[in-house]
Design a protein around this ligand. Structure first.
Ligand SMILES: *Cc1c(COP(=O)(O)O)cnc(C)c1O
Length: 357
């Protein structure tokens, strides 16, 4: 059997698919001993309640049956924690699944998705899969977002703002997001993958504006990146539409049980958050002490640039020493380094190595 050449496979798929580069996630080495500060995972173990829920769910015949398509156990518990009703929540296989559901729901071929730049590049890929345009509105130099983000455009169907943003770790005040959302005629997704690490969030906006949808992830603040669970909050009439687009069983029985146990343990979340924020402070100050321009972060990572030295060789030198960070280069914008807040020991090892470079 001869393999199909790349060119003819490209002719088989939709032109929109042939025309895009796939999204490339950060390095996930599956072997070797790395200090991994490159994809914003939580460095600590999740709440012990998660392992108990997984063990209890794996025993017996539970896994022989399909999962609850609505993940109602999670919705009920999350609704109590967040102060909404269960029908304001839709669950997903990680928040990337929710982003896929949202883009598929709102943006069709020939229409437009708007995002700030630089931000989470996956939004552009998701627009590309739809055969839609992606309009990137540059952040101002101080990482605020100008009124041009709310400029009218006939084919505009969806705007997505990561808040806190990646790679900057900066936060637009909820009042500013509300202002932009009020001016926009389309749906507005606030991607709060890092929302548990910030001082404020945009959850309150969902009540006042039916076009606002907030998404959350269990990958960062709940230390469950390997589990794949996320959810979005919107008004029930919007949730009803989104439910039509999701896969019937997009969350499995194990992840629903684990995420329910995790959100139930708010004491764990508060303690973990405090540890991350303390280490974030120390990392930011240390980077500044070494001559880097490090931004104040509202997330579990720190974005920095060096005024004179090229960034890529710094990343390479750290990697040669078993330490992975992220070297980011945004076309038409610039480059820099993004460092995940690890344990204190990991950050000490990173800083010790950085000093020798
Ligand atoms: C990590 C991340 C996500 C994806 O989260 P998952 O729940 O792991 O799919 C979404 N948005 C942003 C901005 C992220 O950094």
């Amino acid at each position: 059997m001869s393999a199909v050449p790349t060119s003819s496979a490209a002719a088989l798929v939709r032109p929109a698919i042939a025309g895009i580069d796939g999204y490339v996630p950060g390095e996930q080495p599956q072997a070797g001993k790395w200090i991994k500060l490159n994809t914003n995972e939580n460095p600590y173990a999740p709440s012990p309640a998660v392992a108990r829920a997984l063990a209890a769910t794996a025993a017996g015949r539970t896994l022989a049956k399909y999962p609850d398509p609505m993940a109602n156990a999670f919705r009920r518990r999350a609704a109590e924690v967040l102060g909404v009703e269960p029908d304001w929540i839709i669950c997903g296989n990680g928040s990337d699944d929710l982003l896929t559901i949202l883009v598929r729901s709102f943006v069709g071929e020939g229409q437009c998705l708007r995002m700030p730049y630089p931000s989470y590049i996956l939004y552009r890929t998701l627009a590309g899969i739809q055969g839609a345009a992606c309009e990137e509105v540059h952040y101002q130099r101080d990482w605020s977002l100008g009124d041009d983000f709310a400029a009218p455009r006939d084919d505009l169907r969806l705007a997505i703002i990561a808040n806190p943003n990646s790679p900057s770790g900066t936060l637009l005040p909820p009042a500013r997001v509300a202002e932009l959302a009020d001016r926009l005629a389309c749906a507005v997704v606030v991607d709060e993958a890092y929302g548990d690490f910030s001082d404020t969030n945009c959850l309150g906006l969902v009540r006042d504006n039916p076009r606002v949808i907030v998404s959350r992830s269990f990958s960062k603040s709940y230390a469950l990146a390997g589990l794949r669970f996320g959810f979005a909050v919107a008004q029930p009439a919007v949730i009803e539409q989104l439910l039509k687009v999701k896969d019937s069983y997009n969350c499995d029985t194990l992840s629903i049980a684990a995420a329910t146990a995790a959100i139930d343990d708010q004491a764990w979340l508060a303690e973990n958050r405090a540890k991350i924020i303390a280490t974030r402070r120390r990392l930011t100050d240390a980077l500044r002490g070494l001559g880097y321009d490090a931004l104040e972060s509202q997330a579990n990572f720190v974005w920095c640039t060096h005024p004179t030295r090229p960034h890529k060789p710094i990343y390479e030198a750290l990697k040669a020493n078993g330490i992975l960070i992220r070297s980011m280069n945004y076309a038409g914008w610039g480059d820099g380094l993004r460092i995940t807040v690890g344990t204190d020991d990991e950050i000490d090892a990173f800083l010790a190595c950085l000093k020798t470079i």
